[in-house]
Design a protein around this ligand. Structure first.
Ligand code: BES
Ligand code: MN
Ligand code: ZN
Length: 501
């Protein structure tokens, strides 16, 4: 990954620790033995600086000192971390991100993985959590910038050394966490790419990179999609000069013949709205309307790279929604692969058309244990939940519970929304089996979900509406990117905690 710093683990603070030294303290300004050792005589300087700067070691606060006497580092950063005993995995990931955020854009750094009150420093796994947070934080999408500020060396040129007593344990744990982080960064890259570069065919081409990790990748072209009868998906793409594609990615790390877990993504590479065209303001954001598909790609990459003991299939529908002489019209009736007919009311409600066909195809072809789909499906979910939680809709309580738990563990939170026959009725059509909008703005995220449910039958299924979380993302300790790569960590966790082994 071009943007990630090199991460190294070491049992001792490197002798010639040039660059920045990061240590953690608790809210009584106490250091553990490893940090105290790294600081040496500089502890007195820290205590003095803390007084003048009113730094109390409160969790999340930082004290930065230039060249303290007796230290080989150029800069020293002290980060308040809270109590060792209280720290959950997600807190350590965030802490690693916060530490990375305190490093200058260029130059090496040493982070001492130690917490006061802990038994002789952090465990190897905790050091690896820090490292994952640092990786996620360091990501920047700058490949289209031709000028760099003088202090901005490419991030790949710097090394962040994490000091831990358990180097072997840290390296082992990091192999997994790195695979997951790389999946997140891959998803972010795809979502951040401009739509003139990343159109359906090019998106499909990029998924071929997953073969290196051991995934089987199959690209369905126009002829194949027509043959399958995906009239709903193809209708969305017919106004574009770019051809539509469906990509199937398979990872078989589980028992032979066991039904796979299925992950499905909306991949609208650009959503103009089509003939029901969107307003100009903010339309550029619709390059991110493939965040669901990007997450599925990143997840499959992560599962394969960490050799997850599970069978999984990722299926993404890739189209571009454009207005044109050949574009789909409001009033058109299309036939989906399921055989059900759909009256198009609004060509901007295109995601459900794409997903309807891809969900049906996945169910028929793979008979999966469950299907989870991700989609930047509705503006209405942003009205309901803002940018913090993704909307969860499901026909299965167990799957919903597991997703909610995984959300809590990773910080990629989901909130369950209702489905019911009363909402389902709202998409009945006068002329066809159903229509593609609910007819009113109210409950817009729910009527969209009801539409999807008509394509899943009895298969346990969950739909994550990530319009608020997958793009134009909130900035935090581990994400400074427009595209968060939301969902990769959540679903990797779901797989790891409930379906592996
Ligand atoms: N891709 C949009 C939803 C969206 C909006 C994602 C804002 C991210 C940010 C989707 O295709 C769409 O246009 N939905 C319409 C549905 C409506 C026409 C029923 C919407 O939400 O307005
Ligand atoms: Mn749309
Ligand atoms: Zn869309």
């Amino acid at each position: 990954m071009a943007n990630a710093p090199k991460i190294a683990f070491s049992p001792v603070t490197p002798g010639k620790a040039a660059g920045t030294l990061v240590v953690f303290c608790d809210d009584r300004l106490q250091f553990g033995p490893p940090a105290a050792r790294a600081l040496g005589d500089a502890v007195a300087v820290v205590t003095r600086a803390a007084k003048t700067e009113h730094f109390t070691g409160k969790s999340g606060s930082a004290l930065e000192i230039l060249v303290p006497d007796g230290l080989k580092a150029d800069r020293l950063v002290v980060l308040g971390a809270g109590k060792a005993a209280d720290l959950k995995q997600q807190d350590l990931v965030k802490l690693g991100g916060a530490a990375m955020g305190k490093l200058p854009k260029a130059g090496d750094a040493v982070i001492v993985a130690d917490l006061p009150g802990g038994e002789g420093g952090m465990t190897g796994a905790q050091a690896a959590d820090l490292a994952q947070g640092a990786m996620l934080r360091a990501y920047a999408f700058d490949r289209y910038k031709t000028r760099r500020k003088p202090d901005e060396a490419p991030a790949g040129n710097r090394t962040v050394t994490i000091v831990t007593a358990d180097v072997a344990g840290a390296r082992k744990a990091f192999a997994e966490r790195e695979a997951i982080a790389e999946g997140v960064l891959m998803a972010r890259d795809l979502v951040n790419e401009p739509p003139n570069i990343l159109y359906p065919e090019e998106f499909a081409r990029r998924t071929l990179a997953l073969k290196k990790a051991g995934c089987a990748v199959q690209i369905l072209n126009m002829a194949a999609l027509k043959k399958l009868g995906m009239g709903a998906l193809l209708g969305v793409g017919q106004g574009s000069t770019r051809e539509s594609r469906v990509v199937v990615m398979r990872w078989n790390g589980g028992k032979k013949g066991e039904a796979p877990l299925a992950f499905i993504g909306k991949g609208v590479c650009f959503d103009t709205g089509g003939i029901s065209i969107k307003p100009a303001a903010g339309m550029e954001d619709m390059k991110g309307d493939m965040a669901g598909a990007a997450c599925v790609v990143g997840l499959m990459q992560a599962l394969a790279a960490r050799k997850a003991k599970v069978n999984a299939v990722g299926v993404i529908g890739l189209v571009e929604n454009m207005p044109d002489g050949n574009a789909q019209r409001p009033g058109d009736i299309v036939k989906s692969m399921s055989g059900q007919t759909i009256e198009i009311i609004n060509t901007d409600a295109e995601g459900r058309l794409v997903l309807g066909d891809v969900l049906w195809y996945t169910k028929e072809k793979f008979k999966p244990k469950f299907m989870v789909n991700l989609a930047t499906l509705t503006g209405a979910i942003i009205v309901a939940l803002g940018h913090e939680y993704a909307g969860l809709f499901s026909n299965n309580d167990e799957l919903s519970e597991r997703l909610a738990k995984s959300g809590e563990a990773t910080g990629e939170a989901v909130w369950r929304m209702p489905l019911s026959p009363a909402y389902d009725k709202m998409i009945d059509s006068r002329f066809a089996d159903m229509k593609n909008t609910g007819g009113s703005r109210y409950g817009g995220a729910i009527t969209a979900a009801q539409f999807l449910q008509r394509f899943v039958d009895k298969t346990p299924w969950a739909h994550l509406d990530i319009a608020g979380t997958g793009m134009d993302s909130r900035q935090n300790e581990i994400n400074k990117s427009w595209a968060s790569g939301w969902g990769v960590r959540l679903l990797d966790r779901l797989v790891a905690d409930y379906y592996e082994g």
